[in-house]
Write a protein that binds this ligand. Structure first.
Ligand code: RNT
Ligand code: ZN
Length: 419
């Protein structure tokens, strides 16, 4: 498609949407202002840079051995830059503690802002915000499958100190980059088989979190979030940080709540949890991902649930209270393409939600005209939102349609294959 064709398709689409009472210009303005937090760990299969031969533990898994995984922070940043150049709009990058960029080896409880200074420099140059995560897995002190809930006080202490140290890094990100860093706390704690004591570990987790989060930090720079989970590999019978645990924790302690789309029973969806949680928790963070049969962390698709998530945020006017982040790791395809596909899908779903004739739908519902509600909802799927998306990409100087694949293949041939 030529530039003129993209513009003319957009002009026509704009008129169609006007008939439904939808202002495409306003939708695009909003879309441009909503950051998507892109997780760095898709680029190296969640290995991090602590040591080259670290094994991924904690009940999460990457499968596949597509060539070209990043081996150093410099490679990872270069790969992310390539992906970012193919994704329109505002972006953030989400780091884990194991992605520190230093020449010395640093224990987790000793990490400091200076170990992430190169990331901050890069983020400034790339006009990105940064988010952060303490890393409670892939470490000898998590080998029992327990960290903050471990019965041994010394081990708990170590992880509490890691949590405290991580908050300082996160605060530093927020101060340097001028927007709060969301720091998500996910721990792998759980048991393979039925525990006798389900309460004790949860008491210890609550206590460890309270200790680790005791220091007040300005939310202009840093926001704590907690992420629940149903089960993990090797933790099938019991997860200490369950949904009830963290929903209650977040609502009583005033932290944000992170909802991961892969962390619930297979027919349960986080799109239905957003409105309920929003009444009791100020900030939500999302890990948009695609679970296939389990928490498989497939690349985000333009599927029903991704669209439903974005509709819930938009319909309920929660854009300023929901931090949209991604969490997938597929090592079986080009990792840069994975970022591009997943992030663009999240953005497409958000745009489609912004272009929904919500006012008309709400009016139909309010007058109990459920026939109109269903009819219009279904018609809305085939309104020409993709012409608006193409135009948005063109306006933001990123590849229109599938044109991004050429860039990715060139990069693969010249950079990834020679690694
Ligand atoms: C694990 C959680 C967690 C991790 C990342 C790497 O099941 O989803 O968010 O995927 O922190
Ligand atoms: Zn997650």
């Amino acid at each position: 498609m030529s530039k003129e064709q993209v513009i003319s398709a957009y002009q026509q689409a704009k008129q169609v949407f006007e008939k439904y009472g939808v202002d495409t210009e306003k939708a695009l303005e909003t879309l441009k202002s909503v950051p998507i937090s892109i997780h760095c760990w898709q680029g190296d299969d969640v290995k991090g840079f602590e040591s080259p031969d670290v094994a991924l533990t904690g009940g999460i898994q990457t499968t596949g051995n597509y060539p070209g995984a990043a081996r150093t922070p410099t490679e990872l940043r270069a790969d992310m830059e390539k992906a970012l150049s193919l994704i329109p709009g505002k972006k953030r990058v989400n780091l884990h503690a194991i992605y520190l960029d230093t020449d010395e080896s640093v224990e987790r409880d000793q990490i400091k802002p200076e170990h992430f200074a190169r990331w901050v420099e890069w983020a400034k140059a790339q006009d990105l915000g940064l988010d952060f995560n303490p890393t409670f897995f892939s470490h000898p002190k998590s080998d029992d499958g327990l960290t903050l809930s471990h019965p041994d006080e010394e081990i708990r202490e170590f992880w509490i100190n890691h949590l405290k140290a991580s908050r300082k890094v996160s605060e530093y990100f927020g101060r340097e980059l001028g927007s709060p860093s969301f720091m998500n706390i996910w721990i792998p704690d759980g048991m393979k088989d039925q525990p006798v004591d389900r309460l004790g570990p949860r008491q210890r987790l609550a206590d460890s979190l309270d200790k680790g989060l005791a220091e007040k930090i300005d939310t202009a720079y840093h926001v704590d979030a907690v992420e629940s989970k149903l089960f993990g590999i090797g933790a099938e019978a019991y997860t200490v940080g369950s949904n009830e645990f963290y929903l209650a924790y977040a609502s009583t302690r005033g932290t944000a709540l992170c909802l991961d789309a892969g962390h619930f029973h297979p027919t349960e969806v986080i799109s239905d949890k957003i409105s309920a949680c929003s009444l009791f928790v100020k900030n939500l963070q999302l890990h948009v991902t695609r679970p296939i049969r389990w928490d498989s962390d497939h690349v985000v698709a333009f599927d029903d649930e991704t669209q439903a998530i974005m509709r819930e945020i938009v319909r309920n006017e929660l854009l300023d209270r929901v931090a949209i982040g991604l969490d997938f790791f597929d090592a079986s395809i080009n990792r840069i393409a994975a970022w591009v596909i997943g992030t663009r899908n999240a953005q497409k779903a958000l745009l489609k939600a912004l272009l929904e004739p919500t006012a008309q739908l709400k009016a139909a519902e309010a007058s109990f005209d459920y026939t109109t509600r269903l009819g219009l909802m279904e018609e809305a799927h085939s309104l020409p939102w993709s012409a608006v998306w193409d135009y948005y990409c063109q306006q933001n100087d990123v590849a229109v349609g599938f044109d991004w694949i050429k860039d990715v293949k060139d990069y693969e041939a010249t950079i990834l294959e020679v690694r």
